[in-house]
Design a protein. Structure first.
Length: 256
């Protein structure tokens, strides 16, 4: 009979504690499932083992265990979120690497196209110079640079040899820049590129009177949509060999 009383008391107190928790739910955050389960389990075990004092101690210990379970669950959720973020970061890195590879492949294809393009032999001799009127070569530059790449020198030398065999040659040099940076600086950069090409022809024996330079800066892009690839094509100098007895390049305000 006496053993049944503590047991009944335990369940009565557990029910009262649960009811009190429900009454407080509207005034503060409700306890987690782990805390509730831990408190009830601890209370029951404590009541069975030690009566009312055991019930109280068991409830406290049960709550502590419940909080520990909840903390483990929170850590697991954080680890899952971290893993998801790491996967997203890896995907972004792979996308960036793919974009870079595509750009490198595009540059490689462009270099192959330039290599396969018609190259004017440096020792070319012609019997009729009029056949080479309006011969054009295109030079491309690195970003922010006006240095002539070595792969263009053979074509430029071949153009010089043709010009020397013409009665009245005219070399028209037109410089451009991409749309990155300041407009005025890009105009100066395109003018500097034209000047470097002109200096090359001067060193090869072409007189200034046979050369005309024009610089347009970033005002004449080849494509309306700007990208890394279109920027490369915009950083250029066009060299055109003309017969001076025919139509001349239209003089612009920047012409020299």
């Amino acid at each position: 009979m006496f053993k049944k009383i503590p047991l009944l008391l335990v369940f009565s107190l557990a029910a009262s504690s649960s009811f009190a928790d429900q009454q407080r739910a509207s005034y503060q955050n409700p306890p987690s499932t782990e805390e509730t389960a831990g408190a009830l389990s601890g209370a029951v075990l404590g009541g069975l083992a030690g009566g009312p004092p055991g019930f109280i101690v068991g409830s406290v210990v049960g709550v502590l265990f419940g909080e520990g379970w909840r903390a483990k669950k929170d850590v697991g959720d954080l680890r899952a979120d971290l893993y998801t973020n790491q996967l997203e970061l890896i995907a972004l890195r792979e996308e960036a690497q793919s974009t870079r590879r595509n750009f490198e492949l595009a540059q490689q294809e462009l270099n192959e196209m330039r290599s396969a393009a018609r190259v004017i032999p440096a020792n070319l001799e012609i019997s009729n110079a009029a056949c080479c009127d309006n011969t054009v070569i295109s030079l491309h530059f690195r970003s922010g640079s006006s240095s002539i790449e070595s792969q263009y020198e053979e074509q430029m030398q071949g153009l010089v040899n043709i010009a020397k065999q013409m009665d009245n040659p005219r070399i028209e040099i037109t410089g451009y820049a991409d749309r990155n940076g300041d407009n005025d600086k890009n105009l100066l950069l395109s003018r500097d590129r034209s000047g470097k090409v002109k200096q090359f022809f001067n060193r090869m024996g072409v007189q200034n009177s046979n050369i005309q330079t024009v610089a347009y800066g970033e005002t004449n892009p080849l494509n309306e949509i700007q990208s890394l690839e279109t920027d490369f094509f915009d950083r250029r100098v066009m060299v055109r060999l003309r017969d001076a007895n025919k139509q001349m390049l239209t003089q612009s305000p920047d012409g020299e």
